[in-house]
Design a protein around this ligand. Structure first.
Ligand code: IPD
Length: 281
């Protein structure tokens, strides 16, 4: 079965590259925007088109595989991870960046079997960087092996986070409380690329020591999670326990010491899980 997954991964890389071409092309002429759960939760026709393109091409090659896609879930599909081979797709991670032509945009494709991510592909399509990882076989960018930073002192670290699209006042207060605590440690700097997937790849590359966020979705982090692990990093929940990709909370770091230093400063909250049943009307 191992070789079979390699073929699937090769297809994921090819389709991510093709999707990247569509995104690059659309960037120059088609950025009209719609909203989803709130005025700041954005979607474009390109997100929808790219997701259709990926799903269609996978269905032709691997008709039994399942999907969890950001825009399909927004349109009403369920978001439940089973043991079946499942493609977890974010057609444009960094939709807000896309709308504003802020130059970090990724196509993120995770592939899970038995609820475990088997491979991850993140294509940073404006930088033309193809990040890949296969479980047990390392992480790569354009074929070069990746290794997380060796830093163990949080005071000498760069930490990435994002503000997401939750503007509930209590959540915003907690986000700023965490940021205040982390800046005041102090750390060398706080950054955010505007895409969870690229932030995680930056951890894998060793450019930053950690990335954390509350409010992300499984499609934002499925691929990046394996890329971080295979580059030698760690994943944890915001409360220090094991990460749960459906929980919408993640800490991805170069090592446990840095992860725990960050976790100590985070004011936690728990958004509705991705796999929560829809509310009764
Ligand atoms: C978003 C980006 C953003 C993060 C949000 C995500 P999208 O994904 O990753 O950086 O802050 O939580 O939802 O909507 O651009 O696919």
């Amino acid at each position: 079965m191992a070789d079979a997954w390699q073929k699937v991964m090769d297809h994921a890389v090819a389709i991510a590259r093709k999707a990247g071409e569509v995104v690059r092309e659309a960037l120059s002429h088609d950025r009209s925007v719609m909203t989803k759960s709130s005025d700041v939760d954005l979607v474009t026709q390109t997100d929808q088109k790219v997701e259709r393109l990926i799903i269609q091409s996978v269905k032709e090659k691997f008709p039994t595989h399942r999907f969890i896609g950001e825009e399909s879930v927004a349109a009403g599909d369920t978001c439940v991870l089973t043991e079946d081979p499942t493609w977890i797709i974010d057609p444009i991670d960094g939709t807000t960046n896309f709308v504003h032509a802020f130059p970090f945009i990724a196509i993120s494709i995770g592939f899970s079997v038995n609820r475990q991510v088997e491979f991850g592909v993140v294509y940073s399509c404006l930088e033309d960087k193809m990040f890949t990882a296969r479980r047990g076989k390392g992480a790569f960018c354009n074929g070069e092996s990746l290794q997380v930073s060796e830093q163990t002192d949080v005071h000498r670290s760069i930490i990435a986070t994002e503000f997401g699209s939750n503007r509930d006042p209590e959540a915003v207060d907690r986000i700023f409380c965490s940021l205040n605590n982390i800046l005041s440690l102090p750390v060398h700097g706080v950054r955010g690329a505007g895409t969870a997937a690229i932030n995680m790849c930056l951890v894998a590359c060793g450019c930053i020591e950690a990335y954390y966020e509350i409010g992300i979705h499984v499609w934002d982090v499925a691929a990046g999670s394996l890329i971080v692990l295979e580059a030698g990093g760690v994943l944890m929940d915001i409360d220090g326990g094991d990460v749960d990709l459906m929980s919408r909370r993640i800490v991805a770091a170069n090592n446990r010491k840095i992860a725990e230093s960050i976790i100590n400063e985070i004011s936690a909250f728990s958004p509705t899980r991705d796999d929560a049943p829809p509310p009764d009307n």
